[in-house]
Write a protein that binds this ligand. Structure first.
Ligand SMILES: *[C@@H]1O[C@H](CO)[C@@H](O)[C@H](O)[C@H]1NC(C)=O
Ligand SMILES: [Ca+2]
Length: 242
């Protein structure tokens, strides 16, 4: 049997280390150049474009501008289809928003642009379907199911296990507060608007026909904003707990 002697081993290790080091250095360097170019040269970094738009740098005028998204990635996943507020199915959220942008900017042959296309938004995720009317008993049970659901999300993201009854109550209060903060982002002002409810409502509506009625009910003074107290109340928490 052939054995590498000590010297050869050492050489092998040294070579291996060198290779690893050079790979790492190279990565480091490209990371570095990348971040430097981004900071110095990318004027799009500081621009937030509207829905259905992307930022491009116009070298002739030396300025960044927002234009309609030029191409959306092909989507074959039915779950990523979206249904518009005019009950029209689109291949993805990108396709819907791009088309609206093109129509508003008159970049598409106007015969493909209807009044609805200029005013559409995503109503829910999934293909358009017949949404069953919300049943009273389902709506009544909705806060409990929502609490369980939030509880599950929060337990999945947590390591510690709580045992006592008191801890359990705290846990779902935490879940309610966490979800409120998660929704209150644009802007972060301690109110959750209709617009901020979108990420909660849109993915659920095709399966949970009561989600809209439930959320409408949370806004108890009907000012189109939900406060933490309103949110807690509609999920069944007493105001003192929040
Ligand atoms: C929306 O479109 C779906 C599928 O085409 C249809 O089944 C449903 O009845 C429509 N809903 C309404 C409110 O028109
Ligand atoms: Ca807000």
């Amino acid at each position: 049997m052939y054995h590498l002697d000590n010297v050869e081993w050492t050489k092998c290790w040294a070579l291996l280390l060198l290779i690893v080091a050079s790979i790492e250095c190279k990565n480091d360097q490209s990371e570095l150049t990348k971040s430097v170019t981004e900071v110095v040269e990318d004027p799009c970094a500081s621009i937030k474009c509207g829905f259905g738009q992307e930022c491009v740098f116009d070298h002739d005028n030396n300025e960044a501008e927002c234009i309609c998204i030029r191409a959306c990635p092909q989507n074959d996943d039915l779950r990523r289809r979206v249904c518009s507020n005019y009950n029209e199915t689109w291949q993805s959220d990108c396709h819907l928003m791009k088309h609206r942008c093109d129509c508003l900017e008159e970049q598409t042959d106007s015969k493909y642009c209807t009044y609805e296309h200029k005013h559409m938004h995503i109503d829910y995720y999934g293909e358009c379907k017949d949404i069953e009317p919300c049943q009273d008993d389902v709506l009544e049970d909705f806060p409990r199911r929502m609490r369980d659901w939030l509880d599950n999300i929060i337990s999945l993201s947590r390591v510690e296990v709580t045992e006592s009854k008191q801890d359990m109550a705290h846990k779902w209060i935490d879940a309610i507060i966490w979800k409120f903060c998660d929704l209150d982002k644009e802007p972060h002002d301690r109110y959750v608007s209709r617009h901020e409810l979108f990420p909660l409502r849109a993915p659920l509506l095709s399966m949970e026909s009561c989600i809209s009625d439930f959320l409408d009910g949370c806004d108890s003074n009907a000012d189109h904003k939900i406060t933490l107290v309103e949110w807690g109340k509609c999920l069944g928490a007493s105001p003192g707990k929040l």
